[in-house]
Each structure stands twice: as C-alpha cells, then as structure tokens.
Design a protein around this ligand. Structure first.
Ligand code: FEO
Ligand code: CA
Ligand code: CA
Length: 623
C-alpha cells in the first residue's frame, strides 16, 4: 500500500511536474463549469501557440472528403485492401460479391483493425493484422439476405487474422504473396485453451468434450505484441456471432456478455450449430479471450490465454516490469464495464523464449477502482480477481478460478470495480512509467450504476476522454496508482464554459470525438485514432471524418495528422523498424451504404484498406 504522502508527491509530479507542464483542469467536476472557466480561456490561448518539439508536421484540417489526407510533404499509398490475394495463385478481388469461401480463405480478410510488424531482416518483415468483422452489404451480391452454408463459411473466412510477409524495394513496402509465413486464421482454425479455464466444464461442448480445443477466433479488435516475438489478438464483440432461431433462455452470465437466443444479424446459426446458443450454450464461453499467435510459424496452434480474463477485449498492452514480470493492460469495451491488468507469475528471461512463451498461461488478474472525487485526477487501486479473495467465494457464486476468469465482468462487480466510459486501447509510454487509455464515449453515463465522477466526469458522454495513470514508483506490479485525464475531447465551437467544450488542449483546429486506437512510437509521440460520429453536424460540427492525431504526452499539445474517407474509422497502427513507414488501418469506408469508393475511386466498392504513410524526403514519420 502507498503511504498517502508518497501518493501525493507522485500525483503532484504527474499532474504538475515533468509529464505535464501545461495546466490541466482543476477544481471539481461537480463545480465543473466554474473551475473549467477559470482555467480554460488562458490555457486555450497557450495551446494555440505550438510548443512541442515532438510534433514536426503541419496540421491537417478536418475533412469530409472521400480520401486520406496527410500533412504537406507526406503521402499515403494503399498496401492491401479487403479481398486482395495473399498467396501465389489465389484469386484476385471480385467486385460483385460472387466469390465463394475458398477464395476468401486465400485473401485478405475484411475490416482491418489492430496490427503488428515483426521484422525478419532490414527489408523484410511480417505483418499480423486483425480482420474484425465483415460487411454483408459488400461481402455478398445478396447483401446477406439469403445465406447459404457456403456464405456462412465465407463470412467465417472474412474475419480472424491475416499474416503476410512484406518486402521493401526502392524504399516502398509491398506484400509478398510467396512469403513462407503467409497465413489466414479464421473462425474455423483449430486453437488451444490454456490457463485456469482450459478443460473446465464451462468450456466443454459436444464437438470438444475435453473443453480444450476451440475452433477459431473472430471480432478480433485490437492487438498486442510480446518481447518474445508473438502476436496478441483480442476477441471483442463475439456475442454478435451467436444466436438462435429457437426460443430459449440464456443465463444471467450469458446475458452480461450480450448473448441472447434470438436470430443474429450474421446468421451463422442458420447453417452452423456451433453458433446456435440453444443447441450449444457453452460455445460462446470459448470466445472473449486474448489469443497468442506465433507469426513466424504458419503451422503453430494459436493459444487462448484464459488467465487474462474473458470480456470484450479491445487491445493488450504488454510491458515488462523492472523485475521481469510481464504486465498486460486490458480494456473491456462496453458501456459501464471495466479496466483490467494481468501480472505474470513468472519472469521474462532474455534469450529463453521457450519459457517466455508460457508467461501468459499463469498469473494474477486485477481490475481497476478509481477514487471518485470530482477533481479529474486522483488515486486508484488494482483489486485482485483471485478465487477465495475479495469475496470471490462460493457464497457469492464463484466456485473456482475458471469461473472467475470466464465471468470476469461479474467478478469485477463483486469486488467493487469502477464502471468506465468504454475502455478501448491502452498504451504504455516508452518511459515505462505512464500508461494511457482511451475512454471512447458512453451515452449511459449518469444512469443507474454508472455515476458521474472520477475518470468518467460527464453525463451522456458523447465525446470521450483519454485517461493517464502512473503506478507507484513506476512498478507495474504495484496495486496503487495515481491518475489524471490527459485530454477531455469536446467541441469548443459548440460548447463554452462546461466540460463538453473539452480540456484546455482541445481547440477549434484539433477537435475530434471518440478516441479509440492509441499507440506510442519509440520517440514518445502518442498517436490517437478515432472511431466516432462523422456527421460533421450539431455537437460534432467542424470535426469531419474520423481521423488520426498526434499528441505530445509532455506538453499535452495535440495536432491532427490524418483524415480518413467517408464513413470509416481509423484503427490499427504499426511502424517499419526505421519508423519511415507508418501502417494505418482504414476500416469500413462507406459503412451502411454511405457514398464511398475508397480507395480506388470511380464506381468501385469501398474496401477496408491498410495505408502506408511515408515522407517524400524519406524521413521519420512525425519527426
Ligand atoms: Fe473493436 Fe471497441 O473497438
Ligand atoms: Ca476500437
Ligand atoms: Ca470504437
């Protein structure tokens, strides 16, 4: 436990010291308007003058154009779009949605999301990329209205992971269809469960009576990368793929994860009993995990790491603590759900990757509790989610650790965790002391069980904020931390004098809503991607399409770097090792039939695409 004076000194250092020299919000949220007004006009004037030495590019204005816009002196080029062949001899993309599952199994999946770059040599690497979900309006010529068994199989192949080698020639990266590591992982790829839930009754199904060999992964949202060379993919809204045509009851635990016995929009249950929750109630328990994949071995079996808990995982931000423990920060992206961390039991051993690859099998899961003072900064604690502790006992409905991890949400409620405004990505600063997490938005804030306060300071929060915390003495295994809000997104041209105008580092030139993807480059620039309201009207007037910004974590300055095409979100970020190419995901351009022809123009279908951002002078991105 921290002594209060230690906490106070680190809190002061964090809020007013070297991390944040700019003035941040002070006063209470309850008295928010007054306190905010006192600080905001001055700070906004300061923020208008660029001061950051980290941000060396010209800001891009907000845009509603059907294109990717980057700063002067930069260019954006497609690397790969949904449906592109990733193997030699695989069929080319077909525009009308008439190809079968066999074609999709050999092509890039849909809706690119989190991704990581694994170097092989100076001019060769492998990209592991999530394909989160699929858009039936573009996947099928019938828009999903009359699904056949092969249509289901095709949709199951459009999701999961794409692993593809990339090579650099004349300074430009391109995919290598003959790469030895190229692989598609789909909703039907054999996997293994590891950790406390493996083999438990909750995991057993007719097809897998031992409860250890699930098939596939889907709704792979964001990602993580380990120092031992593996890829972490995160199962988010898995419930969307389950349903039933039969009437049936689901348990309260299933309902907490969104499972219901009603027809699902994806209709997999029509042709694949695995996804019928009445026929196979345990199947959904085998999803909602972090999956660890070796991107260098296409014959390897992906491992579902149940020790890291089951919820709607956004990303997995892994850092090595000073003492060698692997610590993974994990968001659960649902309104009023929670923020978690995992600490490995064993320690990282440099050069012993056979051992390191087991680090995520065993450890301790925690969930965050924040103090709820109105100061937009304060203290917090990590509460342990271990069977037998903190009320996680048979009296309260927990019979073993498998139940604790499988129903981590219920365990979090039991121990009194703070309900959050949809925790999306977490990123650890290269100083390995400060951690950032996007809280994207939460229209339910202020309703029962979701009190306004602490890190969630606004009722009906439609703009989002970025939370920042620092563990005691930089020790990520500590159960105590201090926190503040790095930014509060808002619209200062529509709102004045309240928290909906945003924090002092938000102005008319850089405003946005719904921060989602975040990541640091090695120089310490914080890259921020948005998945928000792109109506450009009302409360969102002047914010344009979804976008990417760059923040200086020291000064708080935020500058817009990129704007996306019509009706997309920007999600997924990776760099070549020299940081001269940035890979950025453009997901679902033309969502729900919006008029987009990104990226190939003319009358082409809009296609989810990974863009490569480079500088015309060949320099480092952002520098
Ligand atoms: Fe897949 Fe929460 O974004
Ligand atoms: Ca996201
Ligand atoms: Ca989002």
């Amino acid at each position: 436990m921290w002594k209060r004076d230690e906490q106070d000194s680190q809190l002061t250092q964090m809020i007013e010291g070297k991390l944040s020299r700019r003035r941040f919000l002070t006063g209470t949220a309850a008295a928010g308007a007054g306190a905010f007004l006192a600080v905001n006009p001055v700070a906004k004037a300061v923020a208008a003058t660029p001061t950051s030495s980290l941000l060396n590019f010209e800001a891009v204005p907000a845009s509603t154009a059907d294109t990717v816009t980057v700063p002067k002196g930069y260019k954006a080029t497609p690397l790969m779009s949904w449906g592109d062949p990733i193997f030699t001899g695989a069929p080319e993309f077909e525009q009308h949605g008439k190809q079968d599952s066999k074609a999709q199994e050999r092509q890039f999946g849909d809706n690119t999301d989190g991704m990581s770059f694994f170097p092989i040599s100076e001019d060769r690497g492998v990209l592991a990329i999530n394909n989160e979900y699929t858009n039936y309006e573009y996947l099928f010529d019938h828009q999903g209205e009359k699904m056949t068994a092969d249509d289901v199989r095709k949709a199951q192949a459009a999701v999961g992971i794409t692993i593809v080698e990339v090579v650099r020639k004349n300074g430009q990266w391109a995919i290598d269809r003959s790469g030895q590591r190229n692989r598609r992982i789909t909703a039907n790829t054999p996997m293994m469960l590891t950790g406390p839930a493996a083999g438990h009754d909750l995991m057993k199904t007719k097809a897998d009576p031992a409860g250890i060999k699930p098939l596939g992964t889907f709704n792979n949202c964001a990602n993580g990368q380990t120092p031992w060379g593996t890829y972490l993919t995160c199962e988010e809204n898995f419930d969307d793929f389950f349903g039933s045509n039969q009437k049936g009851d689901v348990t309260a635990d299933q309902a907490r994860y969104g499972i219901s016995a009603s027809p699902s929009d994806y209709k997999w249950h029509q042709h694949d009993d695995r996804f019928d929750v009445v026929k196979n109630p345990n199947e959904a328990n085998r999803f909602g995990w972090i999956v660890e994949i070796d991107p260098h071995d296409p014959s390897s079996t992906p491992m579902k790491r149940t020790a890291l808990g089951r919820f709607k995982h956004e990303n997995a931000a892994l850092t090595l603590n000073g003492d060698g423990h692997a610590v993974v920060y994990l968001g659960d992206d649902e309104r009023g759900e929670h923020l978690y961390k995992f600490v490995s039991k064993h320690r990282y051993e440099k050069g012993n990757d056979a051992s390191n690859r087991k680090l995520l099998e065993e450890g301790t899961l925690y969930v965050a509790k924040f103090d709820m003072t109105g100061d937009l900064k304060g203290r917090g604690q990590w509460l342990e989610l271990t069977f037998g502790k903190n009320g996680l006992t048979p009296d309260n409905g927990f019979n073993d650790q498998a139940e604790v991890v499988t129903f981590a949400r219920r365990a979090a409620t039991q121990v009194g965790a703070t309900t959050m405004d949809r925790p999306e990505w977490v990123a650890v600063h290269p100083d390995n002391k400060h951690v950032f997490c996007t809280l994207t938005n939460n229209k339910n804030r202020g309703k029962e069980g979701q009190p306004v306060g602490g890190p969630n300071p606004r009722q009906k929060n439609h703009y989002g904020q970025i939370l920042r915390w620092m563990p005691l003495n930089g020790d990520h295994t500590s159960t105590s931390f201090v926190w503040d809000l790095y930014l509060v997104a808002g619209n200062p041209t529509v709102h004045q004098g309240d928290l909906y105008a945003g924090s002092d580092n938000i102005n008319a030139q850089n405003m946005f809503n719904s921060p989602d993807g975040i990541g640091f480059d090695t120089a310490g620039r914080l890259w921020i991607q948005t998945d928000g309201n792109y109506s450009n009207q009302g409360d969102f007037a002047g914010q344009g399409n979804n976008q990417m910004l760059c923040g200086d974590p020291m000064t708080g300055e935020i500058r817009r770097f990129l704007t996306g095409p019509v009706a997309c979100e920007i999600t997924g970020l990776a760099f070549s090792p020299d940081h001269k190419t940035m890979f950025v995901g453009v997901q679902h351009p033309g969502e729900e039939g919006a008029p987009s022809h990104f990226p190939y123009g003319g009358t082409t279908k809009p296609r989810s695409t990974i863009m490569m951002i480079t500088r015309e002078d060949g320099g480092v991105i952002g520098a």
